[in-house]
Design a protein around this ligand. Sequence first.
Ligand code: AKG
Ligand code: FE2
Length: 280
Amino acid sequence: MRNHRLDITPTSGALGAIIEGIDLSEPLEDAEIAEMRGALNDHGVIFFRDQKITPEQHIAFAERFGNIDVNRFFKAAAGYPQVAEVRKEPGQKTNIGGGWHTDHSYDQVPALGSILLARETPTRGGDTLFACMNRAYEALSDGLKKTLEGLRAVHSSRHVFGEKSSYAKDAGDRLGNADAATQDAVHPVVLRHPESGKKILYVNSGFTTHFVGWTAEESAPLLRYLYEHAARPEFQYRFQWHDGSIAFWDNRSTWHYAVNDYDGERRLMHRITIAGGPLE
Ligand SMILES: O=C(O)CCC(=O)C(=O)O
Ligand SMILES: [Fe+2]
């Protein structure tokens, strides 16, 4: 029985924490899982280094936090339908997730988060940026906060994963199931995080299409302002991967952006997504 607390160190002023001195291939105690959950609520994304875990151990770890949400658009790792592959081959130009977004906001009940494990990393580059949507919300003026409190936004998967999407086309066989891209969901623009209770700005440039009751054209200038504001470096942390690194992000309170700067090299990640609860 381990009786020490986890070694948790924040990674920036905005978000992120690294958890050291723990081997995720070993059975974890309930208290350790609870502490990780707490760290995820406090910091938005938690990181681990040098984890030599099998896909089975990755799945077992994820299941300690909830049910697995199998993404219908990502190609799965061979033999493991629960594990989505995030891959870029040396000959490929586009990457997966190369713009600010939160995953699954097009679902009525968006995922809690994802546990992304680096299997094969390029010699340099291929970092992932994270941004804190609580900080972004808190830094807005009282006037704009009040306006946003009354708004709801539509989020869609169609323009990203659907038949007509150039992103899905460029991704080739890494994405699929385009005819399942029929989800649209409506969420408040400002959420109270279901676990931490913190207020978060909940729109993202990947999936949000417009405000409810506004046209796309009317919505665009305010959305553009919010995207620029929320992408300020003060709200970010940039994570450098090595083989065996893990990032476990909260998919409600953070955005992420996979940097595509390693042409000619392979990058292969395994992602397991955990189902979330209702947002309102
Ligand atoms: O590859 C990455 O760093 C993140 C890609 C991404 O957006 C995701 O896995 O949801
Ligand atoms: Fe993503």
